[in-house]
Write a protein that binds this ligand. Structure first.
Ligand code: GLA
Length: 683
């Protein structure tokens, strides 16, 4: 029996007819004379979609309830006449000054009680009823006005929910938190039990006594903090949902999205994505980091996973520099193209930028754009134009999916709980662990998804569970059932410790996984920054460990490596337990990268997982998309020199437009997308 999938997608998957190419378009910052030039140059660059009106609330509704659509009408018509479709935004991320003046209590308040004022953006409390009413009203007005406009392709709700202001501590938010808790627990007795308020005399006798986790003298109640994180995430989703409902009521067939932000802590994207029609993401890797492509690959793999592999849109990237790092690296020649093709390789059907035309005013004057201050006589423009010409060559693969046999488990609730304080080591964070595993797989060109621990894992051969500290009964049962059916699980330290209320699971660690892993952990041994241990593997390799060690007692598992030092020298550090038709590995230490490689080699071997292409030169990224008839092999050369790649089969390079045989040469920073017809007779 298949486990129940807890994250079925609700919205209607978007039907792509072409690869979208374009960017955020903010014409309200420019005199109208410039618009005609914009439209002409968009056409020249091959732009076919722009996100319009994201921050234009003050222009759309200059006075309360008085909408000015004349300018937007002209723009919609102009864009349509130039073959540019519109991703029309609700402008609710930048409330106008008049609203703040009328309702100053709509401003967000930080945990320290500081009010964040108008004069920037995202200055609203997600719980403020006046703000929410205005947001619905402007969304409804836009929907009514443009629902049948031929330029309208999709809706873009708000902008980067939870960015800048992740949470709000104002009185309205406090009241909303109490309502949310009442709905969750029904009784105060239920809440007191779930929050463990017997500890430090925290018992509540009236709902009105409950506050958000404000600044406090010592450690705050962890269950209260965890529920606050859940509540906050739900609140951003509620803001989205009510706008989505308004838009859907007017235009049921127009897809709705909002732009996500990579691994963004305030919002459970697995939950949120279910309520969209298509997932979109903003990605700004720091290309001065030589490992930038691994960073963006991880973001893209997460986004693809949120709606189980459905195509998604890269809603924003920089054509070159951003303006918000301490030093803002340019994207060197070829890098923007490589990053764009990497997104397509990993499932994107749209490549868009922030923004179309570089601003002359405001805080983002030094942020690059498709059309920079240097105009069309610039490297950026030439590269943008070349990409715009190239992407339509890939329209054939719109229905192709990027599939993976390996999943890394990811659960926002675990992330929130793991990083609360008062742990054996407060230095244990989730993302470094995720990154280490993902990077090791990335370097081997092994495709990887991120999966929720309660989701259907049947398509995977190997599942990696980094620091799965908080785990529900359903997730624990799901993992065990999947291993029973033949899966290979690799779990690492500090997993299976608490339940969803952040309460210890009874008995020795890791309570829900003792049988599955065939071991017990007696204690955790976090090291000082200088502390070291080492492990000796059963096949004679020695690896350094740092940061963390588990004192493990075997209860059926075999030891693959044992610690060499400290009072637990000789006890197991890495184990394998044969479990029904599968096996469960456990890593009870922080292994140096070579050790991770050693372990990965072993589990990949047992799970029989192969890279996209074996024997690739270092620095060449390979990824595959496929539909039922054809496969597209993406080869991205991240090296500053040319490389030759041997191919398993000949095909046609869609970018170069030529047939290729058993080998291809990729220039420095070059790429190829090789289309082959799947030979069903050989399967
Ligand atoms: C975010 C926002 C954009 C813009 C860019 C700049 O992604 O959504 O409006 O500010 O950052 O990098």
């Amino acid at each position: 029996m298949q486990p129940e999938v807890v994250h079925p997608a609700e919205g209607k998957p978007m039907n792509f007819t072409q690869i979208y190419f374009g960017g955020d378009y903010n014409p309200e910052q420019w005199p109208e004379e410039v618009w005609a030039e914009d439209a002409r140059l968009m056409q020249q660059a091959g732009v076919n979609l722009v996100s319009l009106g994201i921050f234009a609330w003050a222009r759309i509704e200059p006075r309360p309830g008085a909408f000015d659509f004349a300018w937007l009408d002209r723009l919609m018509d102009l864009l349509h006449a130039h073959g540019v479709a519109v991703n029309l935004a609700t402008p609710t991320a930048a409330p106008p000054a008049w609203m703040v003046r009328l309702h100053p209590e709509m401003l967000p308040v930080t945990a320290d009680g500081v009010t964040l004022w108008h004069g920037s953006r995202r200055h609203y409390c997600p719980h403020n009823p006046d703000y929410r009413r205005y947001a619905r009203r402007v969304a409804a007005a836009l929907a009514e006005r443009y629902k049948s406009h031929p330029a309208l392709a999709m809706w873009h709700v708000d902008n980067e929910y939870g960015c800048h202001v992740g949470e709000c501590f104002c009185p309205r938010s406090t009241a909303a938190f109490r309502d949310w808790l009442r709905a969750r627990y029904a009784t105060l007795a239920g809440l007191n039990a779930a929050w463990g308020t017997a500890f430090w005399s925290q018992t509540y006798t009236d709902w009105e006594e409950i506050e958000p986790p404000r600044a406090a003298p010592a450690q705050k109640n962890p269950a209260q903090q965890l529920d606050w994180a859940r509540f906050t995430s739900d609140s951003w989703l509620a803001c989205f949902q009510e706008q989505r409902d308004v838009l859907k009521a007017a235009a049921p067939d127009v897809p709705v999205t909002t732009n996500f932000m990579s691994f963004h802590r305030p919002i459970d994207y697995f939950e949120f994505a279910r309520h969209e029609d298509v997932v979109s993401i903003d990605s700004y890797p720091d290309t001065s980091d030589p490992g930038w492509a691994a960073v963006s690959a991880m973001t893209f793999d997460l986004i693809r996973s949120l709606r189980q592999g459905e195509p998604w849109i890269l809603m924003e990237q920089a054509a070159s520099q951003v303006n918000w790092r301490q030093r803002n690296a340019v994207k060197k020649p070829g890098v923007m193209r490589l990053g764009s093709l990497q997104a397509v390789a990993r499932g994107a059907n749209g490549i868009l930028f922030f923004q179309w035309r570089q601003s002359r005013v405001g805080a983002e004057k030094f942020h690059s754009a498709m059309l920079t201050h240097a105009g069309t006589e610039s490297r950026t423009w030439r590269e943008v134009q070349a990409l715009g010409r190239e992407l339509p060559c890939l329209n054939a693969l719109l229905g192709g999916r990027a599939k993976a046999q390996v999943a890394i488990l990811m659960d926002w609730h675990n992330w929130w709980a793991l990083e609360l304080d008062s742990k054996p080591s407060n230095d244990l964070k989730l993302l470094p662990g995720l990154r280490a595993w993902h990077r090791a797989l990335y370097q081997r060109n092994i495709p990887v998804d991120f999966a929720h621990p309660e989701s259907d894992l049947s398509r995977y051969r190997l599942v990696i569970a980094p620091h799965l500290y908080l785990v529900s009964d359903a997730a624990a049962a799901n993992l065990a059932a999947w291993v029973e059916r033949g899966g290979v699980l690799l779990m690492d330290y500090f997993s299976g410790i608490v339940d969803p209320n952040e309460q210890m699971r009874p008995g020795s660690y890791p309570a829900p996984f003792r049988g599955l892993l065939g071991l017990e952990i007696e204690e955790f041994v976090p090291y000082s920054p200088e502390g070291r241990n080492s492990v000796l593997t059963a096949d004679g390799r020695r690896f350094e460990t740092r940061f963390w060690a588990d004192v493990i007692h075997l209860r059926g598992a075999e030891a693959l490596a044992r610690f060499e030092q400290d009072y637990f020298a000789g006890s197991a550090a890495v184990t394998r337990n044969a479990y029904s038709r599968g096996s469960a590995y456990y890593l009870g230490a922080e292994l140096e990268p070579a050790g991770l490689e050693w372990l990965l080699e072993r589990v990949l071997g047992e799970a029989e997982v192969q890279p996209v292409l074996a024997g690739l030169p270092e620095g060449v990224e390979a990824q595959r998309r496929a539909d039922s008839q054809r496969e597209w092999l993406f080869l991205l050369n991240h090296n500053a020199f040319p490389v030759r790649v041997r191919l398993p089969a000949g095909g046609r390079d869609l970018l170069g437009g030529q047939a290729v045989g058993g080998e291809i040469e990729l220039p420095a920073s070059g790429a190829a997308v090789i289309e082959t017809v799947i030979d069903r007779s050989r399967q």
